[in-house]
Write a protein of this length. Structure first.
Length: 130
């Protein structure tokens, strides 16, 4: 289940934008959304979604970008911070799983927009590997 962190607890970088953070209980799916501050109906300006070992970043002014996620696991000791490495494309099957995961939250307008954008700009635009 995807839960939204209380907006008062999410660091707001800009007074004219609302930054939202949603995460599932198993930390497999996280979503950041930047939008105009009209709650779930505000205009979407940017989102970043990470799902397992992939991340998708979209902004209205530049479009979609892909990244792989290094989760910071260190077999020799302490866990490090996760980092994103930009990729030219992602595996089609992983993006399909991400879209399917987001499908179960399509009752929320903002998450439906995220799902539809990934489907349109990544899956159907050829930005993936088989």
């Amino acid at each position: 289940m995807l839960v939204e962190v209380k907006r008062e607890l999410v660091k707001q970088d800009h007074r004219f934008l609302q930054k939202r953070f949603l995460q599932d209980a198993h930390n497999r799916l996280t979503v950041y959304i930047w939008q105009l501050p009209d709650d779930d109906d505000g205009e979407m300006l940017r989102f970043q979604v990470s799902y397992k070992e992939i991340a998708v970043d979209w902004a209205a002014e530049r479009g979609i970008r892909f990244a792989s996620v290094d989760d910071g696991e260190n077999p020799m000791g302490m866990k490090r911070s996760p980092i994103l490495t930009q990729e030219r494309s992602l595996k089609h099957a992983m993006l399909e799983r991400l879209v399917a995961q987001l499908d179960s939250y399509s009752d929320k307008k903002s998450l439906r927009f995220v799902r539809d954008t990934i489907d349109r700009d990544a899956l159907n635009a050829g930005g993936t590997n088989i």
